[in-house]
Design a protein around this ligand. Structure first.
Ligand code: SME
Length: 159
């Protein structure tokens, strides 16, 4: 059993502890599905006010659903669709305060109101994206973005 309950009063400490727990959880495991599954579970359990955490993998230029926590989600997206597609196409973090005004947003869970999507890039290759959704508008701040980008740096090594 893994017990990675993270309690921290401030976000910087929380993301530092989360990154260190993630490193420990995936250490020595080469299987990317196992690592993505455990990463999604760890992030979902740790971050407050999130309703979906998971991966879309770049399979031949299309985003295909990977391991996640949350409600069942759309399976395939092109790079021209959704917040995930925008992150894949631009290779830039997409931090969306209100998904309802994002052109082309795909509502997999009507409870989602804000979202952050981070591209996972290794040696110039887009592996996929990490997608985190929240029912709270403007849930993700610059500090969250910095923390999630650090998690993505770990993930690009192990997915
Ligand atoms: N909202 C996403 C689609 C994926 S689900 O939220 C899990 C998007 O527009 O990219």
């Amino acid at each position: 059993m893994f017990d990675f309950k993270i309690h921290a009063d401030d976000k910087a400490t929380m993301y530092r502890d989360l990154a260190s727990a993630l490193e420990g959880l995936v250490a020595g495991e080469p299987d990317s599905i196992a690592n993505m599954a455990n990463a999604a579970a760890l992030i979902y359990e740790t971050l407050p006010d999130v309703n979906w955490v998971g991966f879309y993998r770049n399979i031949d230029g299309e985003l295909v659903l990977g391991p996640f926590q949350g409600r069942p989600a759309c399976i395939r997206m092109s790079f021209d669709q959704g917040v995930c597609g925008a992150a894949a196409k631009t290779r830039q973090v997409q931090r969306v305060e209100d998904v309802h005004v994002f052109p082309g947003h795909i509502a997999c869970d009507s409870a989602s109101n804000s979202e952050i999507v981070v591209p996972l890039i290794r040696d110039g290759e887009l592996l996929g994206v990490l997608d985190i959704d929240s029912p709270r508008s403007a849930r993700f701040t610059e500090e969250d973005e910095a923390g999630v980008v650090k998690l993505a740096e770990i993930l690009t090594r192990i997915v």
